[in-house]
Design a protein around this ligand. Structure first.
Ligand SMILES: Nc1ncnc2c1ncn2[C@@H]1O[C@H](COP(=O)(O)OP(=O)(O)O)[C@@H](O)[C@H]1O
Ligand SMILES: [Mg+2]
Length: 309
C-alpha cells in the first residue's frame, strides 16, 4: 500500500461522499505490523489505513492486542516488524512537534486531578512552548484562548475553573478530549474512552468524537468493548482477535456473522465447549447467549444519545 490512496480507504470502501479528502493521502498507514512480548505474539500482520474524517472502532475481546497496537501508533512502544506511517513518515522518524499531532485519550482520563479543567487543557499546549516558558508554565494569551475554545468545543466552558477531581467521569473525559484538541491533532487515538463511564455519559463522549472527526477533519481511532457504541457512532469497524484483523468493514455493512468472526475466536480460545461443529460458537448455548446479552448491554439508548454528559 503506497501513498497513492485517493478516494478509497484500505478496505476498498469509497469515501467520495466527503469531497475534501479526495486525492489526499491517508493520515495513518499501518503495514504488516507485528509485535511480540517474548515468545507471545500480541499483534500479527496488521494492515489498515485511516483517512481524515474517519471515525474507526477497533473492537476485540480483552487481550486481542488493541492497546499494544495503539501504543505503537502513538510512538510509545516499538513495533517488531512492519511499518506505521503518520502523514507519510514512519512514526520513529517524526519530530516531537509532528508527534504531538497524534493525541491520546485514555480510559482513566489521565487528568491532573488537583488542576482546573483549563490548566489541564493548557497542558495540551505545553509542547508548543519554548522550553523556558514551558518550565514556568507561561502561556501566551493565544494559548489560553485556544484552551477556552477547546473547552467550549466539548461543552465544558462553564467548568473551566473547576478542579478536575470535582468533575464527573463524563465531564473529565470531555476535558481530556479538549486537551487532545489543544494539541491541534490530525489523529486522535482513544483507548477504551468510554469503558469507565455510565451509558449516558459514554454516548455523549462517542457523539463528541464523531462530531470532531466530521467537523475538524481529524481521524479518530477508538477501541471499544461494546458493539452497540461502534454500531451507533462509528463509520468503520476493525475487529481484532488474537492480534489479527478478522474484520475491516463499514459499520453499516456488518452483520451477526462478522461479530461471530470477532468474538467467536475469543470463545474458541477460552471455552471450546461453547463451540458448534463448524468451529464457530454454538448460538444456542447458554454461554453464547449470555455473551451476546452482555454485548448488547453496551447498546446506547437512543433517548440518551443526545443528552451529553
Ligand atoms: N508489556 C507487556 N508485556 C508482556 N505482555 C504484554 C504486554 N502488554 C501486552 N501484553 C500481552 O499482549 C497481548 C495483547 O494485550 P493488549 O494489547 O493489552 O490487549 P487489549 O488491549 O486488546 O486487551 C495480551 O496477551 C497481553 O497479555
Ligand atoms: Mg487494552
Amino acid at each position: 500500500m503506497g501513498d497513492a490512496v485517493d478516494t478509497t480507504s484500505a478496505n476498498g470502501r469509497t469515501l467520495g461522499s466527503q469531497p475534501d479528502i479526495v486525492g489526499k493521502p491517508p493520515v495513518l498507514t499501518v503495514e504488516d505490523f507485528s509485535k511480540s512480548f517474548g515468545a507471545r505474539s500480541a499483534v500479527e500482520n496488521v494492515s489498515f489505513s485511516l483517512m481524515e474524517h474517519e471515525f474507526v472502532a477497533v473492537l476485540g475481546p480483552s487481550g486481542a492486542g488493541k492497546t499494544t497496537l495503539f501504543r505503537c501508533i502513538t510512538g510509545s512502544a516499538k513495533s517488531d516488524a512492519g511499518r506505521i506511517r503518520f502523514g507519510g513518515t514512519e512514526i520513529e522518524r517524526l519530530t516531537p512537534r509532528e508527534l504531538r499531532q497524534i493525541a491520546v485519550v485514555f480510559q482513566q482520563f489521565n487528568l491532573v486531578r488537583r488542576l482546573t479543567a483549563l490548566d489541564n487543557v493548557l497542558a495540551g499546549r505545553l509542547g508548543y512552548l519554548p522550553t523556558w516558558r514551558g518550565v514556568f508554565r507561561r502561556f501566551e494569551r493565544a494559548d489560553k484562548l485556544r484552551a477556552f475554545e477547546c473547552l467550549e468545543r466539548v461543552g465544558m466552558l462553564d467548568h473551566a475553573l473547576q478542579r478536575a477531581d470535582t468533575l464527573s467521569g463524563g465531564q473529565q473525559q470531555r476535558v481530556a478530549i479538549a486537551r487532545a484538541l489543544a494539541q491541534e491533532p490530525r489523529l486522535i487515538v482513544a483507548d477504551e474512552p468510554v469503558a469507565s463511564l455510565d451509558p449516558s455519559s459514554a454516548a455523549g463522549v462517542m457523539q463528541l468524537l464523531k462530531d470532531i472527526a466530521r467537523d475538524e477533519g481529524v481521524a479518530v481511532i477508538c477501541s471499544l468493548h461494546q458493539v452497540g457504541y461502534a454500531r451507533t457512532f462509528t463509520d468503520r469497524v476493525i475487529g481484532l482477535a488474537r492480534g489479527r484483523v478478522v474484520v475491516d468493514a463499514p459499520t453499516q455493512s456488518l452483520d451477526e456473522a462478522a461479530y461471530d468472526a470477532l468474538y467467536g475466536s475469543a470463545d474458541l480460545r477460552s471455552n471450546t465447549a461453547t463451540t458448534g461443529h463448524s468451529g464457530m460458537p454454538d448460538h444456542h448455548s447458554t454461554v453464547e447467549k449470555d455473551r451476546r446479552a452482555a454485548l448488547r448491554l453496551g447498546d446506547p439508548d437512543p433517548v440518551l444519545v443526545s443528552d451529553g454528559v
